[in-house]
Design a protein around this ligand. Structure first.
Ligand SMILES: [Zn+2]
Ligand SMILES: [Zn+2]
Length: 195
């Protein structure tokens, strides 16, 4: 099965994602404020964000992801009690990805964690479109399809989530054990309160 290598910037955390074919997941641009704040607070804004403040994510079933080395470096924070779980490698502050919760069969990997894999475009396919386009820091170019939200994008995301849930893709889960994150979780009540 084709796999994509995962690595933090310093190389202490290493893993892989098994991706049978690009259509298994959703390669997206997200322009939401929280994704942007997360990248900036980790000091990775220059690396992660495009000129409109968007980050690239690849959503796939969580049980397709494995971390093989340096798992102790995995850390997690949430913006508020109901925020997404936002994972990063504390050795070098590389964003890893976002998850909804322990029982949700989903992770949105942030491009940093797979950018060192030179075959990523072949494994992931093209960017399908963008979400939260109204939160971009400046108007997105109208002639760039990858920076629009096609009408089928949200139905596709929801259909995949349901299918992954029905087919038990929440386990094995490399980030949660018995419903709890495997690492210490920091909850910040608002992004501006991050250290
Ligand atoms: Zn690192
Ligand atoms: Zn976002």
């Amino acid at each position: 099965m084709p796999e994509m290598k995962l690595s933090c910037d310093c190389g202490a955390l290493k893993g892989k994602a098994n991706i049978a074919k690009p259509s298994i997941g959703n390669r997206l641009l997200c322009y939401c404020k929280d994704c942007r704040t997360f990248a900036e607070q980790l000091g990775k804004g220059n690396q992660v964000l495009d000129q409109w403040g968007g980050s690239e994510v690849y959503q796939l079933p969580i049980n397709s992801v494995e971390f093989e080395e340096g798992k102790d470096n995995i850390s997690c924070l949430r913006f508020g009690e109901k925020g997404l779980y936002r994972w990063y490698a504390k050795c070098c502050d590389t964003p890893i990805g976002n998850t909804l919760g322990a029982n949700m069969p989903f992770i949105g990997l942030i491009s940093c964690i797979y950018c060192q894999d030179t075959s990523k475009d072949a494994v992931l396919g093209e960017v399908l479109g963008a979400v939260h386009v109204n939160s971009a820091t400046s108007p997105l170019p109208m002639d760039d399809k990858q920076k629009q939200t096609p009408f089928w994008l949200f139905p596709r995301i929801i259909a995949k989530l349901l299918m992954w849930k029905l087919t038990g893709k929440a386990n094995p889960n490399p980030l949660f054990t018995n419903g709890k994150p495997n690492c210490q979780l920091t909850i910040v009540s608002s992004p501006t309160e991050l250290p």
